[in-house]
Design a protein around this ligand. Structure first.
Ligand SMILES: NC(=O)C1=CN([C@@H]2O[C@H](COP(=O)(O)OP(=O)(O)OC[C@H]3O[C@@H](n4cnc5c(N)ncnc54)[C@H](OP(=O)(O)O)[C@@H]3O)[C@@H](O)[C@H]2O)C=CC1
Ligand SMILES: CCCCCCCCCCCCCCCC(=O)OCC(=O)COP(=O)(O)O
Length: 320
């Protein structure tokens, strides 16, 4: 009995001695892999020509900061030149020592104006000769009941969130195909995966975005062009303040959900990492929205009931 116990202890000792180096080896290989991945990511962005739409505020502005610090040659887009110039001054004044930084180039255009998109693309290509990464970030949200919403409002949201990015992407694709190099990023939303009540136009525009860029990814693989769709949850930006309502007027309210959202700087860092790793489709949200996506797929009936009850509650609180 005693002899057996000793035998077991000796065996345990030998096993633990053998396992320890194996464990350390695995951790070492994993750390090395992570380091290589990090270095490759940095090299991918350094000196790359990166277009960011909607760089005047919120997530776009923070993306500009992190991509600038990573050494990208930025093309900052928006409608407000003054805001873009102020951002450029801010970036120039920031101290980044790790990599060589580049003064951003500013292009102003309205995504709802197809002619302006074509002109902007020619200007960018004339100036840089090529584009490495396009980040379709600009967007507007909407609040309203379908029954009260004019079709003009639906079109306005679709133009900014869907047709604009599609036109900009198409204008850049030929030069990317020629180089067999390029990366198109679409900032979608959790609402590109599930629809919640009183967001019809916004959610439809984001579902269309998801569908278009999924299709583009498949068609572009043969040209080695990457396509990434990023679906964030709530972010603390001006999105709800800038949202439009059923009659096209500005909503102008900082919603609690927006105010309690993630810091745009943190989301921008995630965007940089996701782009650097060339991920195809990423959800950047808490557990509940992610679970809601699974629920929509696995138990649609239950998901629809939950959304209907949410609509009833919201309607009731609006009426009272
Ligand atoms: N905040 C959130 O909770 C979430 C946001 N998102 C997405 O993130 C992206 C960025 O939004 P966010 O930073 O939050 O919101 P902001 O309102 O802070 O920023 C929106 C940006 O889009 C630009 N924009 C709006 N309309 C147009 C237009 N017609 N032409 C050109 N540019 C335009 C604005 O520029 P201008 O100065 O010209 O108005 C602004 O720079 C959007 O696509 C949004 O759907 C996704 C999930 C959650
Ligand atoms: C297995 C249990 C699952 C339980 C799921 C319950 C369903 C809960 C619903 C959760 C809905 C989450 C919605 C998230 C919406 C979101 O993050 O949107 C991001 C935006 O784009 C915000 O834009 P907005 O203009 O709406 O502020």
């Amino acid at each position: 009995m005693k002899k057996n116990l000793l035998k077991v202890r000796v065996m345990d000792f030998i096993t633990s001695i053998a396992i320890l180096p194996l464990l350390f080896g695995c951790v070492g290989i994993f750390s090395l892999f992570k380091l290589l991945q990090y270095m490759r990511m940095k090299a991918y962005i350094r000196n790359a020509v990166v277009i960011i739409t909607g760089a005047t505020s919120g997530l776009g502005r923070e993306c500009a900061r992190v991509f600038f610090a990573a050494g990208a040659k930025l093309v900052l887009c928006g409608r407000n030149r003054e805001a873009l110039e102020e951002l450029t001054r801010e970036l120039a004044a920031s101290r980044v020592t790790e990599v060589q930084t580049h003064k951003p180039y500013i292009v102003t255009f309205d995504l709802a104006d197809p002619g302006a998109i074509v002109a902007a693309t020619s200007e960018i290509l004339q100036c840089f000769g090529y584009v490495d990464v396009l980040i379709n970030n600009a967007g507007i949200s909407y609040r309203g009941a379908i029954i009260d919403t004019s079709t003009d409002v639906d079109k306005r949201v679709m133009e900014t969130n869907y047709f604009g990015p599609v036109a900009l992407t198409k204008a850049l694709l030929p030069s990317m195909i020629k180089r067999r190099h390029g990366h198109i990023v679409a900032i979608s939303s959790i609402q590109g995966k599930i629809s919640i009540p009183f967001r019809s136009a916004y959610s439809a525009s984001k579902h269309a975005t998801q569908a278009f860029f999924d299709c583009l990814r498949a068609e572009m693989e043969q040209y080695e062009i990457e396509v990434t769709v990023i679906s964030p949850g709530y972010i603390h930006t001006n999105l709800s303040l800038n949202a439009i309502t059923a009659d096209g007027s500005k909503y102008g309210v900082m919603d609690k959900t927006t105010a309690q959202g993630r810091r745009p700087m943190d989301v921008a860092r995630d965007v940089l990492a996701v782009v650097g790793k060339k991920k195809k489709d990423v959800i950047l949200a808490d557990l509940l929205p992610s679970l809601a996506i699974y629920l929509r797929t696995l138990a649609p009936g239950l998901f629809f009931s939950l959304m209907a009850s949410r609509a009833r509650k919201e309607q009731k609180s609006k009426n009272s």
